[in-house]
Design a protein around this ligand. Structure first.
Ligand code: ADP
Ligand code: ZN
Length: 525
């Protein structure tokens, strides 16, 4: 048989967004997806939680034809098929936990050509009858989940998996995706030997980029902060990410005035201009690119020395992807991010105003919260970042918190004041009002609601407003209180917060950093 011609019928990014509701690929996913769509087989070793399923589901849906997923666990198959169906994908499973009738009708749908992804246990697939039947279909992809089960070297060898080795001969030219979270060198070799006939690529992703120093600072006068930073990075290739097109232009202009070779890049520029600017950045040295998120995809410049975020990115995935453009050559590089309460408010508004399902919004909020927890991290930032992607590590020694450990203050008293104010006002007010109450302000809103008569009113007047804002942020990051997006961003107590009021758990906070030295330009937001 000739290798099947696989037609690409959808863009991988459209599939990611329309079917799965995500805007960005996670680290590692895109390369694997591209390789499979390009018709090559893949062995991917990715940590649990890294998002392996998407690596074969996206190509399956981007290419014409039927994709077969081999999975050892019925429960896993059922979960995935149910989730896919919910997302509107024609997916089926054939396995022994399903009665004959259900299997027959699943097969009928497959036979009619409507099914895009078919999940099967290996022993079902590896019958002569099934292989023969499938050879009459246009198969776009085989995906083998938990591929380490193929190897006798591994701890979870399954004899049914051993036969999968014939796939490459039976279906020449069809890419095979072997996915696993746990494969040491010997196991990997073994899987490759059994599965792959022609060319293939192996991806082993740990998420750590140890040469990138991680820094986060509270946004004060951001222009001064940026200039101070750049003073120490003159002549280096760098990217400065800004939220808006206008800000990119403004920053590029300001930096040019300060003698930097700075250019702006955003989607508002016409195509030729964009590629000319991108080309300058890639080919010349010492260029500082002031860009929106429109910049970066597919840019391979190994010696980018820093990535500076003047604003909070949209999610922890986006952040990781953006800082990952620094230090590809393995030499020391630097990531520096500014964030403040305004950023968080803005990002929440973006999500609230999005025209999307509540479920999607909730997921976006939780991703944003993970980024805030990272920004507010009191310990090693790399640990926080990697733990989001399912990896555990020792403190890295190469982030701001490792280099100069933050001194924490016991904040039980402060946290209790905030919690009292939230509870006494009925859990329906946002941060600004809660802080007004705690600080004893007599705003119209406070007086109208008679919150000046509350027990907690004014109990925290000795602490400044910015410090309170920071405390509340850190309480959110610590999970004591949460922001209700459905309810006008009101603060609510969480279960953890409830436990805290009963004396369960502690709350420590970082005191607001002192103001910066530079005083020449003013903060324009
Ligand atoms: P694994 O099989 O590697 O353990 P999963 O495929 O179950 O991981 O994915 C783990 C979680 O990550 C899932 O909730 C999935 O929806 C989510 N996820 C995967 N890819 C992305 C992405 N690009 N953006 C956001 N979330 C993602
Ligand atoms: Zn660290």
């Amino acid at each position: 048989t000739l290798p099947a011609v696989r037609a690409i019928t959808a863009d991988k990014r459209d599939v990611l967004r329309d079917v799965f509701g995500y805007d960005n690929f996670r680290p590692g996913q895109e390369e694997i997806i591209d390789t499979l769509i390009g018709g090559k087989s893949v062995l991917a070793v990715m940590p649990t939680g890294a998002g392996k399923s998407l690596c074969f589901q996206v190509p399956a849906l981007a290419m014409d034809g039927l994709s077969i997923v081999i999975s050892p666990l019925v429960a896993l198959m059922q979960d995935q098929v149910a989730a896919l169906k919910l997302a509107g994908v024609a997916a089926e499973a054939i396995h022994s936990a399903q009665d004959r009738e259900a299997n027959v009708s699943a097969w009928q749908r497959v036979a009619s050509g409507e099914t895009r992804i078919l999940y099967m246990a290996p022993e079902r697939l590896m019958t002569e009858r099934m292989l023969d039947a499938l050879s009459r279909f246009e198969i776009s992809l085989f995906a083998i989940d938990e591929a380490h089960c193929m190897s006798k070297w591994g701890p979870s060898f399954r004899p049914e998996y051993a036969q999968l080795g014939v796939l490459a001969q039976r279906f020449p030219g069809i890419p095979i995706a072997a996915m696993t979270a746990t494969a040491d060198e010997a196991t990997r070799r073994d899987i490759e030997l059994q599965l792959f006939d022609g060319t293939h690529r192996t991806f082993v992703s740990g998420f750590d980029r140890p040469n990138i120093t991680l820094n986060v600072a509270v946004k004060q006068r951001w222009k001064d902060q940026l200039l101070d930073y750049l003073d120490a990075h003159r002549g280096e290739n760098g990217i400065i990410y800004c939220l808006s097109r206008k800000k990119c232009e403004e920053v590029a202009e300001m930096l040019s005035g300060e003698g930097f070779d700075a250019i702006a890049y955003h989607a508002g520029l016409d195509k030729d201009d964009r590629s000319a600017r991108q080309n300058r950045f890639v080919t010349e040295s010492g260029v500082v690119m002031c860009a929106t998120i429109a910049f970066g995809m597919g840019i391979d410049k190994p010696d980018v020395r820093f990535v500076f975020h003047t604003d909070l990115p949209g999610s922890i995935e986006a952040y990781y992807q953006e800082i990952g453009r620094a230090g590809r050559d393995g030499d020391p590089a630097d990531a520096h991010m500014l964030f403040g309460p305004g950023d968080i408010r803005l990002r929440r508004q973006f999500i609230e105003q999005e025209d999307s399902e509540d479920d999607h919004k909730r997921r976006e909020i939780s991703r944003l919260n993970s980024l805030i927890s990272y920004a507010e991290a009191q310990g090693c930032r790399r640990q926080t970042l990697l733990s989001y992607f399912g990896e555990t590590t020792e403190p890295c020694g190469n982030c701001d918190n490792c280099k100069s450990p933050v001194t924490l203050k016991d904040g039980s008293e402060e946290a209790n004041l905030v919690i009292s104010a939230i509870l006494e006002t009925g859990e329906i007010y946002g941060q600004a009002h809660i802080i007004d109450v705690v600080r004893g302000a007599e705003t119209e809103k406070v007086l109208k609601a008679k919150h000046d008569r509350l027990h907690c009113h004014g109990t925290g007047s000795s602490i400044s407003r910015p410090q309170w804002q920071s405390i509340v942020r850190q309480m959110v990051a610590a999970g004591l209180v949460e922001i209700d997006i459905a309810g006008y961003s009101s603060l609510r107590l969480t279960d953890k917060g409830n436990a805290f009021t009963r004396g369960d758990g502690a709350f420590n906070y970082r005191e607001e950093e002192p103001r910066l030295r530079r005083k020449t330009t003013s903060d324009s937001g």
